[in-house]
Ligand binder design. Structure first.
Ligand code: F6P
Length: 410
């Protein structure tokens, strides 16, 4: 018999947003609001920072229809943070807030750094004997979380990237004089997103070269490849990860102006322009560097319906698992074969397995030459980008959720 735990819940969003992270928010919030065990549902403003600052929103005071619009609203609606818990007094403060609002359920939506926060909160509450159930909800366009087949947010970003590459392919082939185009794609340490550019090749509109962080970047090889292809085809289209590194492990892209965030990560960028310039110097061709930047992670208009539904499922499953008596877990996806068709299953892994770890693209899914992906990679990503989202449009524009964000009181 499960131990019935009655109390309030906090939900928080953390790390870089995705175009479907709010579908997970809706999965958590709706399920928690409907659960008899959960007395109040609070949203943390800017994740754990909102908990530390006693800045919570009362989600029970939101209009039900507006909440539902979270399903198609990009980026972290409650606000996000990149905050690493370092000191015991921070955990004490979180406990103080939990006591104040009688928080018995804590749901944290983020990537591997955020699972570190989630894990620390869980361990602390266990250690001091405060009864509370803590479940992590995965998200990241980078798709690098350990323990799960794939991450909510990745499928939509992959769909955007493959679509955009196909469109840019058309545009960059228009001039008789030819062109070299370099497109920079996010994914700080893993090449899942950059590899997804290869999906455009299914219709013959893909990049000539794909540079991923898993393979050390050599400038001379890059320039040789681009020159050869430009001479052969009067054109060359390159997809490059912001996270490509030199053989010594340093980023090729590291923006000089950036501060590191709470987890010690520098903002990357400027690589496409740099590589395009170098290619122009070498070949004399017309060049263009394009940084997809935030566009790839907030493009709700191109979100994959599969991804939206799975993101919702991740949030809903987190609440159900906690109510069932579990704590210290992250919701994970499994890949099921349903009579030859893809189906997403749910499992739960200990937070300690998922926190702070990164999953790279396996070497065998990268072509031998290191600048393309294999059919296995394509087969892995393709089911995740399926389905068009059904969003509300007004005046020809997307109508996103407009929450009241009423401050919680006890
Ligand atoms: O969360 C993942 C991610 O989108 C990476 O792909 C990217 O490098 C990073 O976040 C950017 O972070 P920020 O928005 O904090 O600059």
């Amino acid at each position: 018999m499960k131990n019935k735990l009655i109390g309030a819940a906090i939900f928080g969003q953390s790390g870089g947003p995705t175009s479907v992270i709010n579908a997970s928010a809706y999965g958590v919030i709706r399920t928690a609001l409907d659960a008899p065990e959960i007395t109040h549902v609070y949203g943390a403003a800017h994740g754990i920072v909102g908990v530390l600052n006693d800045n919570l929103y009362d989600m029970g005071k939101e209009d039900a229809d507006e909440l539902k619009l979270l399903m198609n609203t990009p980026s972290s609606e409650l606000g996000s943070c990149r905050y690493k818990i370092k000191e015991e007094h921070e955990l004490k403060r979180i406990h103080e807030i939990f006591e104040k609002y009688n928080i018995r359920y804590f749901f944290y939506n983020g990537g591997n750094d955020s699972m570190d926060t989630c894990s620390k909160v869980n361990d602390y509450m266990q250690r001091i004997g405060y009864e509370c159930r803590v479940i992590g909800v995965p998200k990241t366009i980078d798709n690098d979380l350990v323990g799960t087949d794939h991450c909510p947010g990745f499928g939509s970003a992959a769909k955007y990237i493959a679509t955009t590459i196909s469109e840019v392919y058309k545009d960059c082939h228009v001039y008789d004089t030819g062109a070299i185009t370099v497109i920079e794609i996010m994914g700080r340490h893993a090449g899942w997103l950059t590899g997804a550019s290869a999906l455009a090749s299914i219709h013959g509109l893909g990049p000539d070269y794909i540079y991923m962080p898993e393979i050390p970047f050599e400038m001379d090889d890059f320039l040789r490849n681009v020159q050869r292809t430009f001479e052969e085809k009067n054109n060359c289209l390159v997809a490059v990860s912001e996270g490509v590194r030199h053989r010594d492990g340093t980023f090729v892209a590291k923006a000089q102006i950036s501060e590191t965030d709470g987890f010690g990560h520098a903002q990357l960028g400027g690589l496409a322009a740099r590589l395009a310039h170098a290619a122009g110097q070498k070949t004399g061709a017309k060049v263009r560097g394009i940084e997809l930047s935030l566009l790839q992670r907030c493009a709700a208009h191109l979100a994959s319906q599969t991804d939206i539904e799975e993101a919702f499922l991740a949030g809903k499953s987190a609440v159900e698992h906690a109510i069932d008596g579990h704590t210290g877990k992250m919701v994970c996806f499994t890949r099921e074969n349903d009579h030859g068709k893809y189906r997403c299953g749910i499992t739960y892994e200990p937070l300690s397995v998922c926190a702070n770890m990164e999953k790279n693209v396996p070497r065998e899914w990268i072509s031998t030459c290191g600048t393309n992906v294999t059919q296995e990679f394509i087969d892995y990503v393709l089911p995740l980008i399926q389905g068009e989202n059904e969003r509300l449009l007004q005046n020809g524009l997307p109508r996103f959720a407009q929450l009241k964000k009423i401050k919680a009181e006890v």
